[in-house]
Design a protein around this ligand. Structure first.
Ligand SMILES: Nc1ncnc2c1ncn2[C@@H]1O[C@H](COP(=O)(O)OP(=O)(O)OP(=O)(O)O)[C@@H](O)[C@H]1O
Ligand SMILES: [Mg+2]
Length: 141
């Protein structure tokens, strides 16, 4: 976690059924932000990746999501438990009918900035979405 004001953080089991629950969590916390829908979409993609590719999706694995208010932007961090054979990297050209390969391309296209970094045994993938400073967050002023 970097600087910024903590808006929320949850640790949840790495199972697909948690994804809509997490989407709802984000939806409530940034209800007053214009880019709420982008936030929900991109968090879903990163959480799904954590579950699909890392130890977070095995056995008792967990995923951690943290929301930080940077003032000019919201920062969303998804931490997995590592152990993947791959690294999070946007695919190159995706064939038109392919059902995969678009998650990180969406992050790249919609986020103002994003990156990955090692975090313990796992990887933290984060992105930022700008927001007007006056937009409301559930935590309040
Ligand atoms: N947390 C992660 N840890 C390790 N590898 C990852 C992680 N997230 C993504 N990857 C790798 O990056 C690739 C690209 O991820 P991306 O989300 O863009 O596409 P996808 O998951 O293959 O398909 P889609 O998201 O469209 O269903 C994945 O195929 C996987 O190899
Ligand atoms: Mg994906």
């Amino acid at each position: 976690m970097t600087g910024g004001r903590l808006i929320g953080s949850i640790i949840f089991p790495g199972v697909p059924a948690q994804v809509p629950i997490v989407r709802g969590y984000v939806r409530l916390l940034v209800a007053g932000c214009p880019r709420r829908d982008d936030a929900m979409l991109l968090v879903s993609e990163l959480v799904t990746n954590a579950i699909r590719y890392t130890r977070s999706g095995a056995g008792d694995g967990v995923v951690t999501l943290t929301l930080l208010d940077l003032g000019h932007a919201m920062r969303y961090e998804v931490m997995d438990e590592g152990g993947a054979a791959t690294r999070p990297e946007p695919s190159g050209a995706v064939p038109f009918y392919s059902e995969n390969g678009r998650g990180l391309r969406l992050v790249d296209a919609l986020a103002d900035t994003w990156d990955t970094e090692p975090c313990g045994a796992g990887i933290r993938t984060w992105f930022e979405l700008s927001r007007p400073v006056e937009s409301r967050l559930v935590r309040g002023a």
